[in-house]
Design a protein around this ligand. Sequence first.
Ligand code: 13P
Length: 248
Amino acid sequence: MRKNIVAGNWKMNKNLQEGVAFAKDLEAALAGKALKCDVIIGTPFIHLASVASSTKLGVAAQNCADKASGAYTGEVSADMVASTGAKYVILGHSERRTYYGETDAILKEKVLLALANGLSPIFCIGETKDEREKNVHFDVVKKQTVDALFELSAEDFSKIVIAYEPVWAIGTGLTATSAQAQEMHAYIRQTIADKYGKEVADNTSILYGGSANGGNAKELFACPDIDGGLIGGASLDVEKFIPVIEGF
Ligand code: 13P
């Protein structure tokens, strides 16, 4: 059966010392608790090796290059990410799509390289406010999924974690209602079932992201198709992150 996952995405926050200290504090705070989900922290590149070697928490990069290696100044390859001990990579976040021009075609390459290097992509999809108001949100989310992921084999697809992050809910305090999130998660799962079959769809973890916090996690995670969260702001403080993890 699919895993429950709570993943933090620090985005561009915390220097190296702050990040390593946070990971140790979080691990200590979780020790002895009977967790009902896997916990992952998505750190900037420079933290990956230190955090992965000093804690047992799951560790994710927030990006990787769309090229395997070579003369691409400033880029970090999937092989380099995997060599740190990180097991996950967040790909397709709306901030990468919007600010850094990442298209479905680029993301498709990143997904392939991540998988080839043994990383599980946490693949983000989600509509803008305008797209929801125009009632095209289901089409947008389907296209993002199909264009970047649906040429994968069923075996490779089964290594993907999906994160539904409505862009209008990210960092805005406007969480999708649990009904809105459940409706979209069920749609995504059906879309996966139509392509890969019910078993693969039932085994795919689909996380919700967008102003999720300790106050709304429990209600969101109680929905049958919501298998956890990708958490931005509320993942930056141990005291705020723990109640999200305990939403399960
Ligand atoms: P917030 O939780 O800050 O809204 O961010 C969500 C997000 O973008 C996680 O990737």
